[in-house]
Design a protein around this ligand. Structure first.
Ligand code: MG
Ligand code: MG
Length: 626
C-alpha cells in the first residue's frame, strides 16, 4: 500500500510541507485546499513542485455540503462549484476528490436523493476523467456513519463514485470497524488514518485539535486495519491529522513520525495476516532488548577525576581501557559505564559544549544487524562511527538529541575485541549496583510523542499511561516505556513550562538527553549505608516526607526511621514495595538513582518525583555561586 499524508498534517507553507513529506519517504500527498489557495504559485507550478519532490497528489480535499440539497439554485451552485474544482484537479494532476458529508442547514438528506446527486456528479466527473469519494463525517447532519455513506455510493452505482473511509470518523463514533468487512475493496477509493487520545468531548472539536498519529492515541486502529485488509483494499493509506501541536511543530519531525507510524501499522498488519501480503512492507522483528550493555558518559579531561571518583564511590571498578580511544570501562555486576574523554571523538565536542553528558547507550539485542535494519526502516537516522581493524563495527542510530543508540548482540564481544585490561586492574565488583534499572531521558514536550513512538515501534515495548509530575515551577509529563523482563526501561520526561527542571535541563544542555541513570541494587538500605560511608552525597529529603509516609503506608516505625536516616524514598503498588534514593547532580544536570524493587513492583516511584525535584531545587538554591 502506498503511504500518503494530507498537507494539513504538517506545519509550514506548502513548499516546506512538501519538502518535509518527501524527506520522510511518503509516496504521495492529499492537497488540503486551503494550503493550495494560500500558496502563491499556479496549479501547474504546484504540480511540478510536487513531481520534483518525487511525490504524487493522491487526493484533493475537502469538498463540502454537496449532497442532499433542495432542487434550485443551492443545488445548481453545488454542481458548478464541483466543475470548478474538477478543472483545478486536472491542472494539478490529480484524479480523486474527497466529498465529506453535508452539514448544510438547507440539506434535506435522504439516501436516494443523495445517491441521485452522486450519480449525476459521477457522470460529470467521468467527463473530466476524475473520480469522487464520499466520506461520512462523524458530525454530518444526516450521513455520519460509513455504512450510510456506503449505501449512498452503492445506490449511486457509478464507476467514478466510491467510498472514502476515515478511521477517526468510524472509531471516534465507536462504530464497529467490522462493519467495513462487507464493503467491496474496489469500491473504497481512499483511506484516511488518524488516531486520537480517549477524551470525552465534542466530536468536531476533538477531531480538529486532538487527532494524532496511528499508535499515539487510544483508538483501535489495528481492528480498523484488519477489517480494511479483509475487503481487499490496496490503495493509499493517508494520514489526516488535525493537531495543534503538530501544526506548530517541527515539520520534518512530524512528517517522519507520520511515516514511521504508517510503516509500523503495516508491519503489524502483515504479522497478523493469515495470508501472503505482497503490498505490505517486510521488516525485521521488533527488537527485544535483553539489557543495557553499557552507557557512555562523555566528559572533558578536567572532569574525569570527579566522574571517576563518583563511579568508584558507587562501587564500580575500572576494568578496561579502549584499545584505540581514550575511553575507560567501569564495571560492577552487569553495569558498564564508559568514560569517554577522547579528544578526537564526537563525545569530546559534546562534553566541551555541554559538560558531562550521556553520549551513547548500547542495547543488548538478539541480532544487532536486524535491529539496525528495523530502526532504519522506521526512520531512524544511521550514524557511522570510525573503528579500527579488529574492533567491532557497531550498528548505530541517532537517539534522543545528540546521543547515540548502539546495537550489540551475543556475537559481538566488544570487551574482548575493543578493550584491554589496564595494568594492575582488579576484578569487577559484585556488590552494590547490579544492573541498569532504567534510564530517564528528558526532552521538550513537543518531542515526547515522537520519541515514545520511536521506542515503541522499533523495540518490543509497551507504554504506560502518561503521568504528570509536579515540579516546583510547573508540570513535567512522564511517559514510561518498558520491554519484557525489565531488559529495557525508559522514562521520557517532557515539559513546556519554561522554568521546570526538565525544561532547564533541555534548554541549558544538549538539546534533550539522559537526565538520570537508575541502578538496580539488591538492598537499598545496605547500599545507602555503604555510599554514606564512602562519602557519596545522597539527595536529602524532608522530615515531613517521612511523617507523610507513615500516614500513607502501613509500615513499621523502625523501618521508616531507617529510610529517614538514609534519605530513602518509598512507594508501593499492588505487587510490592519500591525503595529508591538519589545522588546529587553532577556534569550537565546528571544524577544517579538507586532502586530496589520488591516482589515485582513495576513502576518508577512517580509519586515521589515531586519530592525529588523539590529537593534538587533546594540543593541548587543553597549551592555556592560560581
Ligand atoms: Mg477525513
Ligand atoms: Mg527514576
Amino acid at each position: 500500500m502506498k503511504t500518503s499524508t494530507a498537507t494539513v498534517s504538517i506545519a509550514g507553507d506548502l513548499g516546506e510541507k512538501l519538502a518535509a513529506i518527501a524527506k520522510a519517504g511518503f509516496d504521495g500527498i492529499e492537497i488540503f485546499e486551503q494550503d493550495f489557495i494560500s500558496f502563491d504559485l499556479s496549479p501547474a507550478d504546484v504540480r511540478k513542485m510536487v513531481a520534483d519532490q518525487g511525490l504524487e497528489i493522491t487526493l484533493f480535499q475537502p469538498f463540502r455540503d454537496f449532497e442532499g440539497l433542495p432542487e434550485g439554485p443551492l443545488r445548481q451552485r453545488a454542481f458548478s462549484r464541483a466543475r470548478h474544482k474538477f478543472d483545478l484537479m486536472c491542472e494539478l494532476g490529480t484524479d480523486l476528490m474527497l466529498i465529506c458529508s453535508s452539514v448544510h442547514p438547507a440539506g434535506l438528506g435522504g439516501i436516494d436523493r443523495c445517491a441521485d446527486d452522486f450519480q449525476e456528479l459521477g457522470e460529470i466527473a467521468k467527463s473530466y476523467g476524475v473520480r469522487v469519494g464520499y466520506e461520512a463525517l462523524a458530525w454530518g447532519r444526516f450521513i455520519n456513519d460509513h455504512r450510510d455513506a456506503w449505501e449512498v455510493v452503492r445506490r449511486a452505482d457509478h464507476e467514478n463514485v466510491g467510498l472514502i473511509l476515515d478511521s477517526f470518523h468510524t472509531l471516534g463514533r465507536k462504530l464497529d470497524p467490522d462493519s467495513i468487512r462487507t464493503i467491496p475493496g474496489d469500491r473504497i477509493f481512499f483511506v484516511q488514518l488518524a488516531d486520537a487520545p480517549a477524551i470525552d468531548m465534542d466530536l468536531l472539536y476533538w477531531s480538529r485539535h486532538f487527532r494524532n498519529m496511528p499508535g499515539e492515541g487510544d483508538l483501535d486502529l489495528p481492528a480498523f486495519m484488519d477489517a480494511l485488509y479483509a475487503t481487499g483494499y490496496d490503495g493509499p493509506l493517508s494520514l489526516e491529522i488535525f493537531n495543534d501541536e503538530f501544526r506548530r511543530g517541527d515539520a520534518e519531525m512530524v512528517a517522519r513520525d507520520g511515516h514511521r507510524s504508517l510503516i509500523n501499522l503495516m508491519d503489524d498488519l502483515r504479522r497478523r495476516s493469515d495470508r501472503p501480503a505482497p503490498s505490505l512492507p517486510v521488516l525485521p522483528e521488533r527488537v527485544d532488548v535483553a539489557g543495557v550493555q553499557y552507557v557512555e558518559l562523555a566528559c572533558k579531561p578536567d572532569d574525569i577525576s570527579e566522574i571517576e571518583s563518583l563511579l568508584t564511590k558507587v562501587g564500580m571498578v575500572k576494568t578496561g581501557t579502549h584499545k584505540s580511544k581514550q575511553v575507560a570501562r567501569f564495571q560492577n555486576g552487569n553495569v558498564n559505564i564508559l568514560v569517554n574523554s577522547d579528544p578526537a571523538g564526537r563525545s569530546f565536542d559534546l562534553a566541551s559544549e555541554h559538560g558531562a553528558v550521556v553520549s551513547e547507550i548500547a542495547f543488548t539485542t538478539p541480532d544487532a544487524a536486524a535491529a539496525h535494519k528495523r530502526a532504519l526502516a522506521l526512520g531512524a537516522e544511521p550514524v557511522a562511527l570510525p573503528h579500527q581493524a579488529g574492533e567491532q563495527n557497531i550498528p548505530t542510530v541517532r537517539g534522543v538529541a545528540e546521543s547515540l543508540i548502539r546495537f550489540l548482540d551475543p556475537t559481538m564481544d566488544i570487551w574482548a575485541s575493543d578493550f584491554e585490561k589496564p595494568d594492575g586492574s582488579g576484578p569487577a565488583g559484585t556488590n552494590g549496583v547490579h544492573s541498569i534499572d532504567h534510564i530517564a531521558q528528558t526532552m521538550g514536550y513537543d518531542e515526547m510523542l515522537s520519541w515514545t513512538q520511536f521506542y515503541t515501534s522499533i523495540f518490543s515495548t509497551a507504554k504506560s499511561p502518561m503521568v504528570d509530575v509536579i515540579d516546583p515551577e510547573g508540570i513535567i509529563r512522564s511517559q514510561a516505556v518498558t520491554g519484557q523482563d525489565g531488559g529495557l526501561r525508559l522514562t521520557l520526561n517532557g515539559s513546556e513550562a519554561r522554568r521546570t527542571s526538565a525544561h532547564r535541563f533541555v534548554a541549558d544542555g544538549a538539546g534533550a538527553t539522559v537526565q538520570h541513570l537508575a541502578f538496580a541494587v539488591n538492598e537499598a538500605v545496605e547500599m545507602a549505608e555503604h555510599l554514606h560511608q564512602n562519602g557519596f552525597s545522597i539527595l536529602p529529603q524532608t522530615e515531613n516526607y517521612y511523617a507523610d509516609l507513615a500516614a500513607r503506608f502501613d509500615l513499621p516505625e523502625a523501618f521508616i526511621a531507617k529510610l529517614k536516616a538514609l534519605h530513602i524514598l518509598y512507594d508501593e503498588d499492588e505487587s510490592g514495595g519500591f525503595l529508591h534514593f538519589y545522588g546529587t547532580v553532577f556534569g550537565n544536570g546528571l544524577f544517579f538513582e538507586f532502586v530496589e524493587r520488591r516482589d515485582g513492583y513495576d513502576g518508577f516511584g512517580a509519586p515521589n518525583a515531586p519530592f525529588r525535584l523539590a529537593a534538587q531545587r533546594r540543593m541548587a538554591a543553597n549551592a555556592p555561586a560560581g
